[in-house]
Design a protein around this ligand. Sequence first.
Ligand SMILES: Nc1ncnc2c1ncn2[C@@H]1O[C@H](COP(=O)(O)OP(=O)(O)OP(=O)(O)O)[C@@H](O)[C@H]1O
Length: 254
Amino acid sequence: MRDTTDQARGGGVAGEVHLAVRDVSKSFGAVRVLHGVSFDVHRGEVLGILGPNGAGKTTLFNMISGDIRPSGGEIRLGNVPLKGEPPFRRCKMGIGRTYQIPRPYSGMTTFENLLVASTFGGGRSERDSYDFCAQVLEECELSGKANLRAGGLTLLDRKRLELARALASDPQLLLLDEIAGGLTDEESGDLVALVRRIRDRGVTIVWIEHVLHALLAVADGLMVLNFGEKIAEGAPDTVIADPDVKRVYMGIEG
Ligand SMILES: Nc1ncnc2c1ncn2[C@@H]1O[C@H](COP(=O)(O)OP(=O)(O)OP(=O)(O)O)[C@@H](O)[C@H]1O
């Protein structure tokens, strides 16, 4: 049985603010990486985050997941300030994430990787985890790979496993960091279909991605970062037509 209530895990009503980021900044020593970034993500929404290399996108995720602390500002899950909550608590509160470079336990099987995420990350009992992880494997089209060592999987399957591990903690807010990078068009199409299925279950998704067509296929809204500052936010069509975005992100002079 879970040791956290649905409310404590950020359970709530579709459409309400699920994640609130307010005036968040981060500096590493004298290097300012993010400055005064604010945005909301509504429950059930898919927000895509774009920005050139080094814009501060992953740093933002690291602060939401609790891997690093902001230098200033506030992050709230619903109405709950996340300040002071360590990553494992945030995971139990319903925040799941993937890493840009997949981080499976390579010596364990695919299924064992999910069990670890489900029991330690999601707080499920081992007994409950077996059925739950089998469902996640099926959803991520990894059932046939359940007993293979994670270290021997193809790139697509490693990306699927990275996503499956995040899902095994049963998140209500899922942070995806460049899961389509390096895949063929067909493979990234499969991944988009999977992200849509997860969204259709009501999971809120924030997706950092350079593969624009993958993001545009599923995002309800886009936000663009450049040199640590938000330069655009809104409906996908409006954002990609924005002259600043074209110049900065796509290298097109308007
Ligand atoms: N722990 C750290 N110490 C010092 N500098 C860091 C640290 N983490 C990130 N940075 C710097 O912060 C900046 C933003 O990095 P970040 O990884 O957030 O960018 P990004 O937008 O995710 O880029 P990419 O698209 O290449 O993944 C970079 O200049 C990076 O070198």
